[in-house]
Write a protein that binds this ligand. Structure first.
Ligand SMILES: Cc1cc2nc3c(=O)[nH]c(=O)nc-3n(C[C@H](O)[C@H](O)[C@H](O)COP(=O)(O)O)c2cc1C
Length: 155
């Protein structure tokens, strides 16, 4: 199984798109596009996201105790691309709010504020499990969708 074949196979599973965010030790926001988000448990309410050990947010999430899952709206494809490009200044011009040490990006479909609950090493990623402590949603929005390496789903 090559990496390319593995990626291509997984790409057939249609997902939404999130930006995972956290504050670093200096109070600066960090964020990364991620589609490995999943709901895990109802009681307690748990979610998971797998983070590459090479990602800049990885040491921040290891050291911190909170993170946020920002679920992108269909109009936020450019934000998804921006937060997957490795930019140092990725938050420049991006509207966000700091609430209870969570980084909440404006205009999303929904957000889930999490306390870190567990970290599970998994190959070159770590699965971060978060307990959802608060959140909100725009019930009139539409999701940004990712499928076979592109945004949107073919007819
Ligand atoms: C649609 C999409 C989904 C992604 N999902 C994940 C993911 O779940 N976990 C992950 O570690 N990287 C994921 N990535 C890759 C990161 O967004 C990308 O490598 C990012 O640049 C890493 O952050 P860094 O530049 O701060 O190191 C995804 C990228 C895209 C475009």
């Amino acid at each position: 199984m090559t990496s390319d074949h593995f990626r291509a196979l997984c790409g057939h599973f249609t997902t939404g798109v999130t930006i995972i965010t956290a504050l670093d030790a200096n109070g600066n926001p960090c964020g990364m596009t991620a589609n490995s988000f999943a709901s895990v448990s109802l009681n307690p309410p748990l979610i998971s996201v797998a983070v590459d050990h090479a990602a800049t947010i990885y040491p921040v999430m290891r050291a911190g105790s909170r993170f946020t899952v920002n679920i992108l709206d269909a109009h936020q494809e450019s934000l998804s691309r921006r937060f997957a490009e490795g930019l140092d200044d990725r938050f420049d011009g991006v509207a966000w709010q700091r609430v209870n040490d969570q980084v909440i990006i404006s205009g999303t479909l929904a957000f889930l504020c999490c306390d870190k609950w567990a970290e599970i090493p998994a190959g070159d990623h770590t699965i971060f499990v978060g307990q959802v402590i608060s959140g909100d949603a725009n019930e009139h929005g539409k999701p940004l969708v990712h499928h076979r390496g592109t945004y949107g789903v073919e007819d």
